[in-house]
Each structure stands twice: as C-alpha cells, then as structure tokens.
Design a protein. Structure first.
Length: 340
C-alpha cells in the first residue's frame, strides 16, 4: 500500500492505493479515498499516541486486504501532529531498521539492474547519491534501486514526486532535469556534464523536448498504464521545472572560481564590488539601461547565458570580464527582488 496524491478540480486529493501484478506487469488501484485531508482519519486518544480510524481498516478488510499497521503508519505519518512525530520518531526508526532486508545475492542484484528503467536509475542516482557523470548509472548500487522493483508505474512516480519535493532545492531543479534526461550525451564539449549553462540553450531546449516526448511514447516505461496521446500527467512537471528555473545564479561563479584555483598555484580573491546600478550593468550586458530595467527575470537570465557563453574563459574570454558579468547579473536579480 502507498499514499497517492492526485489533483482534482484544483485541489490535492489523497488515496490509499496498492500495486498488484496483472499478467506480466504491475498495475495500481484505489483502496480507500482519503479526501482532501487525511488528518480526518487520525485519532489521538492521549498524549504522544495515535491510531487510524477503524473505517479505514474496515474498508480494506471488505476488499480482502490485510491491514499492515506499519504500512498504514507510513501513509499517515506526514499528517501527524509534529509533537507526536517527535515523540515517536526514535522508536519508528528502530522499527524500520529491524525490518531491513538482508544481503542480496549476485543474481538478485543482476535482476534489479536489468529491471529498473534507465530514467528511473538516473533519477534515483541523483536524488540518493548526487548528480551522476556519464556512465555512472550503471554503477548505481542495486540496494539503492531495490525500492523501485515490484511496483506499478503509478507507485514509482508517487515515490519520485515525494522525493523531489523533499530533496531538491530550487538552484538544483533545472540541473536535475538536465541530468535525468541525459541531455549531456548530445554534446561533445568537455564542460557539457558539469556546466550545462555554457551550452547553446536553444539546442539544450530542443533536445530536452525531444527526450520527454520519446519517454512519453516509451511503452516499456508506462507498462500497466493507460495509453494516451497527450503528455502524461506524471511528466507535466518536468517542462515546468526545466523552463521556469535557472541553473542557479551562484553556481556559475562557484564553478569558475573552483576551476581558476585549480589552474593557478597562487590565488588572491577579487576585491568585493559595490552593487551595480542599471547604467553600470547595462554596459556589462551591452544593452540600453532602460531595456535592462524592463527585462523580466527570465529575459535577464537568457541574456546572461548568452553573454556568459561569449565571455567565459573556457571559450576565450577573460576571467575578470566573466566575474564582472556574473556580479552584475546577481546585482540585477537582487534589484528586481526575484528569488534566486
């Protein structure tokens, strides 16, 4: 059993679902409708204790589903009062550790590696182990991938929804999408893996759109799900994550400083620059000040990428000009009061 979230009439609706095997694939089905607030089914009989409303267990029993108290606790855990969570957390973790499975055989590991889809491997690798380099997903431990086996596509996607919401920070979101769709493989430049912001963004955008459409048509990925001609609901979030976020304003400067220090034996940090005015920043961006002032966050980020591609030392620019460009960009972001 697992908790599923679904957007219905503009509101998040919750269901208890299960994955079940049908012929050669896993499908999903609703077991109980929790409505818009699962907290309605949590009862607190006393301090630091709770139990699940009997109507839930009765509904499961009527479908010949044997209730697993640990599974039900996992489903309702995010909705418990915080003081109850804190009081029970230590015991819960000990219980979870006792329930961990033992060591896997070589055959089990091989079967898991063969079963898990490459897109799921890249997502799990990034979220659990950090951004993978090209080829690293083949070395993703089977112990990390095991949670993706014997589950329906719906359950797998619900798990990824929760992990992404919990583990991803805004500056990492676009890089995450770039990596999991393996866009870097289309570029031969040495910095394609670690510095996607240096690539031609029109090409990056086009490759991303091609890849998401290809995944949408991948019948092996959507095994057990209803076929559709439009973009699947579980993929809709990725274009939003990709086009509504930047690679992270701070990453460019940090990457450059790290590379600069590797290439030079002696290094002295640049003297901090004062905040740029629109007129000063306009000279750096080589546009009119009024045009810069009227730019949206997205337009400013697009302009910065283009100028960064021209000025970056890796393509023949000077490090001082590149640093000045990045500082001007950060200053303009702050002036416009747009979140990083």
């Amino acid at each position: 059993m697992y908790l599923a979230r679904q957007l219905i009439n503009g509101k998040i609706h919750f269901f208890i679902r299960e994955s079940y095997r049908h012929d050669t694939v896993y499908r999903s089905r609703n077991l109980f409708d929790l409505g818009n607030d699962p907290r309605d089914f949590i009862i607190y009989p006393g301090r630091n204790s709770f139990y699940i409303d009997e109507t839930v267990e009765d509904a499961l029993a009527s479908q010949d589903i044997e209730s697993d108290l640990d599974e039900l606790e996992d489903i309702f855990w995010p909705f418990l009062k915080l003081d109850v969570q804190r009081a029970l957390e230590t015991f819960r973790h000990k219980s979870q550790r006792r329930g961990l499975r033992g060591k896997m055989s070589a055959e089990e590991k091989k079967a898991i590696q063969a079963t898990v889809h490459p897109f799921d491997k890249r997502r799990m690798h990034y979220l659990r182990l950090g951004a993978p380099r090209q080829g690293n997903i083949v070395r993703t431990p089977a112990s990390v991938l095991r949670v993706l086996t014997h589950k329906s596509r719906d359950e797998i996607e619900q798990n990824f929804l929760q992990m992404e919401a919990t583990l991803l920070k805004p500056p990492d979101i676009k890089t995450y999408v770039y990596i999991i769709f393996d866009i870097q493989r289309f570029f031969k430049k040495v910095f394609a893996s670690e510095k996607p912001y240096m690539l031609d963004q029109d090409d990056v955008d086009n490759f991303f759109l091609d890849e998401i459409c290809k995944l949408n048509r991948d019948t092996s990925f959507w095994a057990g799900e209803t076929e559709r001609t439009s973009l699947h609901d579980y993929l809709v979030r990725y274009p939003i994550m990709f086009f509504d976020y930047g690679y992270g304003p701070g990453a460019t400067m940090q990457d450059y400083i790290r590379d600069f220090m590797r290439r030079h034996r002696f290094y002295r940090p640049l003297t901090p620059k004062p905040t740029f005015s629109y007129a000063e920043a306009a000279k750096v961006f080589d546009i009119a000040a009024d045009t810069l002032k009227d730019m949206s966050h997205q337009e400013l980020t697009r302009l910065y990428r283009r100028r960064a591609h021209e000025l970056h030392p890796d393509v023949g620019g000077g490090h001082e000009d590149f640093c000045k460009l990045t500082e001007a960009y950060k200053s303009m972001i702050q002036k416009k009061k747009v979140p990083h």
